[in-house]
Design a protein around this ligand. Structure first.
Ligand SMILES: O=C(O)CCC(=O)C(=O)O
Length: 208
């Protein structure tokens, strides 16, 4: 049986190095506007090799194709995401320009995201949660067992994964009965510069 180790601090909040969160990063009006924009953003089902997921996604800035393993420049982050990107960067202690990728997702009832770590080409992960509340579950293997913890993602809240929480722990969100939307911003890992330059040159050639 897997060990359950919810690392709660005295106030009942998750105390996991590298995971921070805050509520009310956007107002209810901004949330409604973001949801309407995401719904109109030409989302498509997440694909992983032969498997098609239920969540609907679209990447901006950079895309990682889970079918081919290709990481490439894609359509620029749209202007309507810029104000939240600025806030996300401030929350994470980064420059807005560092957040070069935005992934928007709609999780309809029955859709979730399985256990994973984000691709190594990315470094900081900053997520904004909209719609139904969700639980971000985290786990890491230690001494042949899983250590586990979780964080509640309230609507309009933000979380930042870096360091240990980002590199040593996997995370997932179980399927829910209500719709949730998310916007995730990512910075590039230090070693991704070379791939980034090549992909950008290719994108500029193809989109001249
Ligand atoms: O929807 C979320 O907040 C999580 C998204 C996520 O884990 C991912 O895109 O890797």
């Amino acid at each position: 049986m897997e060990a359950v180790n919810a690392m709660l601090d005295l106030f009942g909040a998750v105390a996991l190095p590298g995971l921070s969160s805050a509520e009310a990063i956007v107002t209810p009006d901004e949330e409604a506007e973001l949801i309407a924009r995401i719904d109109k953003a030409n989302l498509s089902p997440f694909k992983f090799q032969q498997w098609t997921g239920k969540r609907l996604t679209r990447s901006f800035g950079w895309s990682y194709d889970f079918e081919t393993g290709c990481f490439a420049v894609t359509d620029p982050i749209p202007g309507w995401l810029e104000p939240v990107k600025d806030r996300a960067a401030r929350f994470a202690g980064l420059e807005s320009a560092d957040l070069v990728q935005a992934l928007i997702i709609r999780y309809d009832p029955g859709a979730g995201i399985g256990w994973h770590k984000d691709r190594p080409v990315f470094e900081h992960v900053v997520g904004i949660s909209l719609g139904a509340p969700a639980t971000l579950r985290l786990r890491r293997r230690a001494n042949g067992k899983f250590e586990r913890t979780s964080a509640l993602l309230m609507p309009r809240s933000i979380y930042h994964l870096s360091g240990e929480a980002r590199h040593e722990w996997e995370h997932c969100i179980a399927a829910m009965n209500e719709t949730r939307w998310s916007v995730t911003f990512r910075s590039l890992a230090a070693g991704a510069g070379g791939i980034a330059r090549q992909s950008r040159a290719l994108y500029l050639r193809e989109n001249r």
